[in-house]
Design a protein around this ligand. Structure first.
Ligand SMILES: Cc1ncc(COP(=O)(O)O)c(C=O)c1O
Length: 447
């Protein structure tokens, strides 16, 4: 048995299945830049960044040094009761980074989930309005409040909350209203004002609209131009807070520091996590001071915003700037999309290529006319990709979108390799060379 397989089985015996979504039997031993190695020494080009975490690449020497140095100076202080320099510096930095000429304050946690939990808790309390509007297909986390705000099918099976109203996201390729992008005049926006605010909840009951600037787990869906601006207008008209969840695409991935900047909007609150600490557990909510400071001691965690995680985050932000990773995300991302469009011309199964910077989705269908999702085929393509040395996952409400969110340090040469593997993997799947049995353990989102 290979060392990888052995570890995979030990993992299966020792760790709860509740914490896993498995797409292939890859096991990680070491990494550098955009490349990961398994315990048998095989190299893989990673197009996942570990679900969008490793923006500056794996084992960046500057992050390693920052974490090591901080461990030697002050390994821990709890922000609940003891201010420390690194968390103050990081909070000040984040206030500068987030656009908006108003007084801001910063909250720290460990994950996207606990950050969105803060939103679920604070909004009704601070605004006196009980309702929160979120979107079908959104993923905001796994704690109860963040879970309830989410609209991903992998979560809707388990629970829902009475104060959250879920709206259709502008997924133009599969419009919920069966309209055409060219002629719809953003009906999904009018639907909120004309129907939801009329029949489901009056706007003065709504504390916030919470959305992703690109819906990632929902299928890497880029909203139609005008939609985000329209949501902002709606918020201003009715005194509703605009909250953007940047957990997955923040910190440079889209070719801007934050994804919402593509639409020139100014959210009241921004939620961030994943890539912030390059793997050190840290999340943040940055927003209007009056909302952020609505209560004292109502959402804190003992190790949140600890100096080691904050040191990692400060260094990560420095690297993103110094290595021009925002620019690289734009340039290499555009190149990647261009090459994927060529694959679309070659393979009928590819029906849509979309994204911004280095968040890219490739939707697979059985038939371009009916748009029937090619869900099993997507699972097989990513399994075959793994066999050929390429790691990626699938996303989407039908699990039929190949998702590419590589470390932002990825090069065009690495993209060429990725595209050649994808070409071969798709060809093999279409020609029936990947048997169903291979997928038995790897149901991913459908687990
Ligand atoms: C947009 C978004 N928000 C929140 C989360 C939850 O983050 P975490 O897994 O760190 O709790 C995710 C995770 O995929 C996400 O994509």
């Amino acid at each position: 048995m290979s060392k990888s397989r052995e570890l995979f089985e030990r993992d299966g015996n020792a760790l709860s299945t509740v914490m896993s979504l498995r797409f292939c039997p890859f096991v990680a031993e070491s990494g550098e830049g955009a490349v990961l190695r398994d315990p048998d020494g095989k190299e893989y080009l990673d197009l996942t960044a570990g679900w969008g975490v490793a923006n500056v690449g794996y084992c960046h020497p500057r992050v390693t040094k920052a974490v090591t140095d901080q461990m030697k100076t002050l390994s821990f202080a709890t922000t609940i009761s003891v201010p420390n320099m690194k968390s103050v510096e990081l909070a000040e930095k984040l206030k500068e980074l987030v656009p908006g000429n108003f007084d801001k304050s910063v909250w720290f946690g460990h994950s996207g989930s606990d950050a969105n939990e803060f939103i679920a808790k604070i909004i009704p309390y601070a605004t006196g309005r009980s309702k929160i509007l979120t979107f079908v297909g959104s993923y905001h986390g796994q704690t109860m409040g963040s879970y309830v705000m989410s609209g991903h099918p992998a979560q809707s099976r388990f629970s829902g909350g009475g104060n959250v109203v879920k709206l259709p996201y502008p997924y133009c390729y599969r419009c919920a209203f069966e309209k055409e992008k060219e002629s719809c005049d953003l009906f999904c926006l009018r639907y909120i004002e004309d129907y939801i605010f009329d029949a489901v909840t009056s706007p003065d009951q709504v504390g916030a609209i919470v959305l992703e600037a690109i819906q990632c787990d929902g299928g890497d869906v880029v909203p139609a131009d005008g939609f985000m601006q329209g949501i902002e207008k709606l918020c201003r008209k009715y005194g509703i807070l605009l909250i953007i969840d940047e957990v997955k695409i923040g910190f440079g991935r889209t070719g801007k520091m934050f994804g919402f900047e593509h639409w020139g909007i100014e959210p009241d609150i921004v939620v961030m996590a994943k890539p912030m600490g390059s793997g050190q557990p840290i999340s943040a909510v940055v927003g209007r001071k009056d909302i952020m400071n609505a209560g004292i001691g109502m959402h804190y965690f003992t190790t949140a915003g600890n100096p080691v995680a904050c040191a990692a985050a400060l260094e990560t932000i420095g690297i993103i700037n110094d290595e021009k990773l925002v620019e690289n995300a734009k340039e290499v991302g555009d190149y990647f999309v261009h090459e994927l469009e060529k694959l679309k011309d070659k393979h009928e199964i590819i029906s849509d290529v979309r994204g911004k910077g280095l968040v890219i989705g490739v939707e697979l269908v059985k038939d371009r006319e009916t748009k029937e999702p090619a869900t099993d085929e997507a699972a097989k393509v990513l399994y075959r990709g793994y066999e050929l040395g390429l790691l990626f996952y699938n996303s989407g409400i039908n699990s039929n979108v190949l998702e590419f969110t590589p470390p932002l340090v990825i090069t065009k040469e690495q993209v060429d390799f990725a595209v050649s593997v994808l070409d071969k993997a798709i060809e093999d799947v279409v020609n029936g060379k990947v048997p169903d049995e291979k997928l038995a353990e790897f149901a991913g989102w459908s687990s």
